[in-house]
Design a protein around this ligand. Structure first.
Ligand code: NAD
Length: 353
């Protein structure tokens, strides 16, 4: 029997090749007059192109977003927005750049327009993260949810194939955990299954040809749905493990998700059979955890923590951290079983419950 609460909160979305051209009209629609454009240093050129497109509505460019939003960078960006008299911010890039936009919104309430160029999904969530003195804190605040999101698959063409694969698997992780979330609901479950299916179709095609336009569109469509799942329901063991591993051992975000997901799902599988059936159906496989690991392997993505910089002597501490903070998860957090999970993930062994 269904029992649920659904409190929907989604940005306005424009999706399709070439929608970037609608940015000036979207800024106007927000009633804004001066936009500060944010990017990473690697995407500064795109950010400048966007600022030029905006003409006199382009206040300037802040091309210094970095992973995990250090609080110092967030303060500098907010100060730059004030100095330039910006009344909105445009974040073009992946989760790191969107994260910087969110930090500005949290500080100043400025509306954010997000133009995602990876599949991380941050643009669909009211979740922000800030790193201070090496410690990443996350929170939820409706002010940080972007007001408008422009999904233009042409902008993801330049995303390297390896990062496209791991970023897509990162997106699948949001949807997979959304399917067993304690606060899930039927709409979120439909978005999750549809999102996983779209990415499962798109990623092999992107692996074969990173310039396949239809596959780029499918992948971004899947990322949108998976991001929307992340924004609406609580994540469980998998996201907590990745947060711990990424934060405490400085491992690359999308790769950690790629390696850990099959193992976290296998851990939860006995307590979440319906979710596993839906994930397997979306992937077109019999066994969801194994199918995901095989997909990653087939696409040349990493499948072992030891290959992405995790030290063997960190596994005990990671298991302690994962078992210590209580959070909702289908299966109880048992320290010994978590330590075994981490060992398998470190070795790249097949996932097991
Ligand atoms: P990223 O934003 O760090 O980008 C990785 C690199 O790829 C950067 O150098 C970026 O400039 C480059 N890049 C991005 N798009 C490109 C493109 N189309 N072409 C060429 N290069 C491109 O990576 P990410 O995985 O998108 O984001 C990871 C961060 O986002 C993490 O800090 C994570 O915690 C956060 N995140 C937050 C949420 C949330 O809801 N708050 C959700 C997902 C991820």
């Amino acid at each position: 029997m269904n029992v649920f609460t659904f409190d929907a909160h989604l940005p306005r979305v424009l999706f399709g090749p070439g929608v970037l051209a609608q940015l000036p009209a979207e800024i106007e629609r927000l009633g804004a007059r001066k936009a500060l454009v944010l990017s990473t240093p690697e995407q500064a050129q795109e950010a400048r192109r966007v600022a030029e497109m905006l003409g006199e509505r382009g206040a300037g460019v802040f091309p210094r977003a970095v992973m995990h939003v250090p609080v110092e960078v967030a303060r500098e960006a907010a100060a730059e927005a004030r100095r330039l008299g910006a009344d909105c911010a445009v974040a073009i890039g992946g989760g790191s750049t969107t994260g910087l936009g969110k930090a500005i919104a949290l500080d100043s309430g400025l509306p954010i327009v997000a133009i995602p160029t990876t599949y991380a999904g941050s643009e669909m969530t009211p979740i922000y993260g800030l790193t201070e003195a090496g410690l990443k804190k996350t929170g939820r605040d409706p002010r940080v949810l972007p007001r408008t999101v422009l999904y233009d698959p042409q902008l993801s063409m330049t995303l390297p194939v390896g990062l496209s694969i791991t970023s897509g698997l990162n997106a699948i992780a949001h949807a997979a955990e959304g399917l067993y979330a304690h606060d899930g609901n039927p709409i979120v479950a439909m978005m999750a299954e549809e999102g996983i299916g779209a990415l499962a179709r798109a990623l092999p095609a992107l692996h074969a040809d990173g310039h396949d336009e239809a596959a780029r569109s499918d992948a971004l469509y899947g990322a949108w749905l998976c991001g929307a799942v992340l924004g609406h329901v609580a994540m469980g063991l998998h996201h907590k493990l990745c947060h711990t591993l990424g934060g405490s051992f400085n491992l690359p975000h999308a790769e950690v998700h790629t390696v850990v997901l099959p193992h976290a799902l296998a851990y939860n599988a006995p307590m979440a059979p319906q979710a596993m059936a839906r994930i397997a159906r979306a992937l077109g496989v019999d066994d969801a955890p194994l199918g995901l690991q095989q997909l990653a392997r087939q696409l040349g993505a990493p499948t072992a923590l030891r290959d992405i910089g995790m030290p063997a002597d960190g596994l005990d501490r990671a298991a302690d951290l994962a078992a210590s903070a209580p959070y909702p998860n289908p299966r109880a957090l048992e320290r010994a079983a978590l330590r075994a999970l981490l060992q398998r993930a470190w070795e790249g062994a097949p996932p097991a419950a």
